[in-house]
Design a protein around this ligand. Structure first.
Ligand code: GLV
Ligand code: MG
Length: 346
């Protein structure tokens, strides 16, 4: 058996008993599997589906998308296409995820019924969009548990929530701890912007109008003043990272829709990485390499981390390295970087 799942399933009955809202959640660490890029494809598009065998070995996660960007009259075709792809392609080490339709849509029930029944043994994670509270996760948890039991699936399918409504952000902590199935959470900047009535019109990224300008110089009131664009997503990502870390699940930046702006995409991904996210969505093959680069620690950072770890011995006390003070807390930060590098290299 797969040791990761053995560990994760140390209490299999938990998967058949969602926790009540407000119940204390035992913190457990979701088994870490590389998921630097969650690469989206439309399984109802025969051209895209045909490329899956070639793309699968180049990504950590391949996600068959059934929700937004799939037109209402193509929902069934996308669902059927995903079943076909899952049954016919060997994914090797690459994880297979899906994004189902939202729970208030006419398609979510059939998405779950069909996918868990037909390909539940191949699906690693079900991404649920527009999650607003723990109750949404409990609903999915219960239904998936029944369908798994009926289909004889012993490896629990995990659940990933998209944080993309104001209620979801307000309830981010209870969502993160709603079920032992929770694998992680992604920021959904496009829907979040719309539902918050922000004034952006794009998928992720910033806005040149959202800025901070240097105060005027009293001596030279007409002198040019520096302008710094601010990150629209900092607050939400920081909240999401804290909620995920507190519950032992993984946070992700979501989509960046300006495919041509590879520099902006890399910056947005890197901000998320530095704040604690482990991956992002890739919507186009050009974003695969960006995510791989950004969400893998840089060799020089890993070398530095290993140097600090070596110098700190048992990890207690303080040492100076190149004029910088290191102590128990920097030792732990360095362990995060070194362990991520080791896990990704394994
Ligand atoms: C993703 O689903 C988004 O709305 O940004
Ligand atoms: Mg969305």
């Amino acid at each position: 058996a797969d040791p990761i799942w053995e560990m994760w399933m140390r209490s299999p009955k938990d998967f058949f008993r969602p926790l009540a809202v407000g119940a204390p959640e035992p913190v457990r660490d979701v088994p870490f599997r590389p998921s630097r890029m969650i690469h989206f494809f439309d399984p109802g598009n025969p051209k895209m589906a045909a490329k899956v065998p070639a793309i699968a070995p180049t990504v950590d996660v391949l996600l068959g998308n059934l929700e937004d960007a799939v037109a209402a009259d193509r929902k069934e075709a996308a669902r059927a296409g995903l079943v076909e792809v899952a049954k016919s392609v060997d994914f090797g080490e690459t994880q297979l995820w899906t994004r189902i339709n939202s729970l208030d849509s006419p398609w979510a029930l059939d998405d779950l019924l069909t996918l868990v029944t037909e390909i539940g043994d191949r699906l690693d994670v079900i991404m649920v969009p527009k999650v607003e509270s723990a109750a949404d996760i409990h609903y999915v948890d219960r239904l998936v548990a029944q369908l798994e039991a009926r289909a004889g699936i012993r490896r629990p399918i995990l659940v990933h929530a998209i944080l993309e409504t104001p209620a979801g952000v307000a309830n981010v902590e209870e969502i993160a701890g709603a079920s032992p199935r929770m694998q992680g959470m992604s920021l959904g900047p496009a829907d979040l912007a719309a539902s918050r009535r922000m004034k952006t019109t794009r998928v992720g990224g910033g806005h040149p109008g959202y800025l901070v300008r240097q105060d005027p110089d009293g001596e030279r009131p007409d002198a040019p003043r520096a302008v710094f664009q601010q990150d629209l997503w900092h607050y939400t990502i920081a909240r999401m990272v804290d909620a995920c870390a507190a519950h032992g699940i993984l946070p992700y930046y979501g989509p960046f829709g300006d495919i041509k702006d590879t520099v902006g995409c890399e910056d947005q991904f890197r901000n998320a990485f530095l704040l604690g996210c482990v991956g992002a969505w890739s919507l186009h093959p050009v974003q695969i390499g960006i995510a791989k680069k950004v969400f893998s620690p840089a060799p020089e950072d890993v070398a530095w981390a290993r140097r600090v770890i070596a110098a700190m011995g048992d990890g207690t006390g303080a040492v100076m390295i190149d004029g910088k003070m290191q102590d128990d807390a920097t030792f732990k930060q360095c362990q995060v970087v070194a362990e991520l590098a080791e896990t990704l290299a394994a």
